[in-house]
Design a protein around this ligand. Structure first.
Ligand code: C2O
Ligand code: CU
Ligand code: CU
Length: 489
């Protein structure tokens, strides 16, 4: 007979699946505790960050090996996917004008490739080419040349092989890319926070998604920060930190709050605001990033993700709430403790470059992209995500745009679920939401289009010719075909 430890006691109390409330704030771990899976005892460890690789003399050359294997998630050993054995993969720190070279080794059992999400680089050849296939066991040399005026900000990398993107990202393949500021902002420290979600089975593996999960977009049971469950951060009163936050979740929206601390948002994605904005809450759709200043105020605060209603998917089974009702709780992500002697006020934030504004320019073409969940596909009787009634075909060019022109795209969502719309290579300026013109200049590369609404964006097809894709960044929808091809010949 084994001695009754706390873990065993939980098994006795819960018949396999145990709901463990953490700190009364509602993060649950519903699982069989007999296996090497995350538990509440892992909570509260000091935040760790992925290894950082920095460019020097205008170049960064890295090797990324994608493989399945044991990784540490929330303090437990789990069989997941990772780049170079860590989850998240290394953070790449580069500058405008740099050349980034990546040797990608695919040691997975499926084809893969690499996408540098948000980077304004060529979509051709061995640059950010979404059509590359790196077969299992193969490797590929990517080379990305950033223009000298590339916007600073938070970007990220992840696989983009159509059909297996969600499994590979959900499995653990993602990492941050930081394009440094030309004039650094004085801060006490920088932190990279890659937020992802994952589900771990009782066997310590990641279960396959159900058909319903693929339709709504799967959300993991655990929400991790740099692969940790609810890590601890500490600072001193008055210290200003720079937080680079990536929503690497495949479907989950993050509605972030850090009550008690002072938040100043520099921008979302590559879209730096004209001046920093004081905020209480930041909503990041899947794929979005936040570039944030946190000024520490004495006390303890919880970084939380509040419930976000991204709609319901209709269908045969009477509809399923995006994420499911059990997940409509506030999730504690990290604990920030601010103690000690106060430090002097941080120096002023340097003036940011004024963002470009396409609202006054001549538009060459207007298009409408209609995102819908039609019947059919996905295995009979299920809703099938489409754009303009079609699913992705890599051999069809859906939209041919004129190189150097400015276009206006009306993004129409006819479905009952939100779709976060993403375009590679060229960022989008949001000019109208739900028929209302925006008062400010706002640039993003993932633009959420709420259920049954429209959003109007303008895009400057500058600097690069070639073919690339736009798609829903609910990656289950992308894999199901909610993706199109755009070409600037
Ligand atoms: Cu973050 Cu086409 O992807
Ligand atoms: Cu992308
Ligand atoms: Cu979608």
């Amino acid at each position: 007979m084994r001695p009754i430890t706390r873990r065993n006691a939980l098994i006795l109390g819960g018949v396999g699946a145990v709901g463990i409330g953490i700190g009364g704030t509602g993060l649950w771990l519903a699982r069989d505790t007999s296996s090497p899976i995350p538990s509440q005892t892992d909570v509260g460890l000091e935040l760790t960050e992925p290894p950082e690789l920095r460019s020097s003399n205008g170049a960064l050359s890295v090797a990324l090996e994608a493989a399945a294997g044991p990784v540490t998630i929330a303090g437990s050993t789990v069989t997941a996917l990772s780049y170079n054995g860590g989850l998240p993969g290394p953070t790449l720190r580069i500058h405008a004008g740099d050349t980034l070279s990546v040797n990608l080794r695919n040691d997975l059992t499926d084809p893969s490739n690499l996408h540098t999400h948000g980077l304004h680089v060529s979509p051709k050849d061995n640059s950010d080419n979404a059509f590359v296939t790196v077969p299992a066991g193969g490797s590929f040399d990517y080379r990305y040349e950033l223009p000298a005026n590339h916007p600073p900000g938070v970007y990220w990398y992840h696989p983009h092989h159509h059909g297996s993107v969600t499994d590979q990202v959900f499995g653990g393949l993602y990492g941050a890319i930081i394009v440094e500021d030309p004039v650094p902002i004085p801060t006490a420290r920088e932190r990279v926070l890659v937020i992802s979600d994952i589900t771990v089975s009782s066997a310590g593996t990641i279960p396959a998604a159900t058909r319903m999960e693929r339709m709504s977009g799967r959300e993991g049971e655990l929400v991790l920060v740099n692969g940790q469950l609810r890590p601890a951060l500490s600072s001193r009163p008055g210290e200003r930190e720079r937080w680079r936050v990536v929503n690497a979740c495949v479907s989950r929206y993050l509605r972030l709050r850090l009550d008690g601390q002072q938040l100043t948002l520099l921008g979302i994605d590559s879209g730096r605001f004209a001046s920093p904005r004081s905020v209480d809450e930041i909503v990041l759709a899947p794929g979005n990033r936040a570039d944030l200043l946190v000024t520490a105020i004495a006390g303890t605060s919880e970084l939380e993700s509040l419930p976000y209603n991204r709609g319901t998917s209709g269908g045969m089974m009477g509809g399923m709430r995006g994420g499911g009702s059990a997940k409509a709780a506030t999730i504690p992500l990290a604990t920030v403790t601010v103690t000690g002697d106060a430090v002097a006020d941080a120096a002023a934030v340097p003036q940011q470059a004024l963002p470009r504004d396409l609202r006054g320019v001549t538009v060459t073409a207007k298009r409408e992209l209609v995102f819908s969940m039609g019947m059919g596909g996905m295995g009979g009787g299920m809703m099938s995500p489409t754009i303009n009634g079609r699913t992705f075909d890599p051999n069809r060019v859906d939209e041919t745009v004129e190189f150097g022109s400015v276009e206006e795209w009306l993004l129409t969502n006819t479905s009952t679920l939100d779709h976060p719309v993403h375009l590679h290579v060229w960022p989008m300026q949001i000019v109208e939401r739900g028929g209302q013109a925006l008062p400010d200049v706002l640039w993003q590369d993932v633009v959420n289009v709420p259920a049954q609404s429209t959003t109007r964006v303008r895009i400057a097809f500058d600097d690069f010719r070639g073919r690339t894709v736009y798609h829903c960044h609910i990656l289950d929808h992308e894999d199901a075909g909610m993706m199109g091809v755009v070409e600037a010949p």
